[in-house]
Design a protein around this ligand. Sequence first.
Ligand SMILES: Cc1ncc(COP(=O)(O)O)c(C=O)c1O
Length: 418
Amino acid sequence: MPKHPLFDLIKNEPLFHSLVEKYGTPLYVYSKDRLIHNIQTLDQALGDHFESHHICYTIKANSNPHLIQALKSTIPALGADCASPGEIAISGKCGIVGNECIYTGNYESPNDLSYALETGAHINLDDISSFHRLKRIGLPKDISFRLNPGFGRGAFSQVVTGGENSKFGVPHYDIVNAYRLAKESGITSFGIQCMTGSGVLDPNYYPNLISKILKTVKKLKDELNIHMDYISLGGGYGIPYTDEDSPLNFDNVFNNVAQNFNVFFESRHEAKPALWIEPGKSVVGDTGILLTRVTGKKDSYKSYIGVDAGMETLMRPALYGAYHRIYKVGDPDALPSTKVDITGRICENTDRLAKDRLFPEVNEGDLLAVMDAGAYGFTMSNQFCTRPKVAEIFLAGEKPTLIRRRETIKDILRSCDV
Ligand SMILES: Cc1ncc(COP(=O)(O)O)c(C=O)c1O
């Protein structure tokens, strides 16, 4: 069974002890080596199978500028997938500017739209009504719409973003109307985007998805004579969260996507658009470890291990029931002995990092490593119960750099002017 790619790192007890001694707990630690490996693997797979490609790293997965700068210096053509003015601003700080970015909003405010327009980001609209709102502000040269193809897939129902129950995108039966309106309003360049869910580990999903998108591309060409400059397949590429999950083989996935893509355009004698992707989790997910210290143990109707990180530090388990592997630092091979819930200090009964987990014996003060916390970890963290946000460390080999200092209670109060 495949072990976690950072499994051996967790054995390095002196390293983690020195980190928490200096920076405290809870602490997010990201492996730079793994981050670089992940982005290079994606770029290589796309480069091998597509004439032209563009990676827009999804900022909401992890918006620490130091991580984004490391990605940008590895892949100089890297773009960004942004969901808010703040994310466009962070991308800009990291050297990802103008039309290297794609801005995908939903129910966008006029302020959001004018910010995106001013920065020159590609604007990817969620709805025909978004186009009307944008037109009142000004129109860019090119535009894309987010297609909701009528189906979606995700690791949890909450992260399925396509289909009849999804708030996102233009339904397939309205997509021609959306592009017709844009063309009649003077837009001359077009792309199309589709993002139907997150955490998909089925390799066959992506070639099937591109085929569905291409059906719409055909309709738009045949009915409106619109040719796409780019097609964004969105993100959603899953990572293993358990030893039983198999990782996606990106060379295989994009080889199969490219086959459908290339046959389609070659048979129609049309120029091939650039293939864009918007990966988040597959770039940063497995690079991140959340270090937390055991604060208390309790035997009640169930057995609990209390730790100093909770749903305010890592929301995914409480939000989706997501499973994260948790290891004892220094001894990730330790054999489980008791069934426990691992919980934080928040006054909500959903505050769990693990439920009914067979876990090794631990003592107060022990350090635990919550794995795969790099994506939607810190970015979803909050200050509930007035808990300051935690510090973040970038680990190059064994060399740590503090990339975000721990917040203080004073920081939280700063904006209240008291
Ligand atoms: C529009 C868009 N693109 C890409 C992504 C990235 O998804 P993932 O992190 O699953 O790759 C998201 C995530 O929510 C998204 O909303």
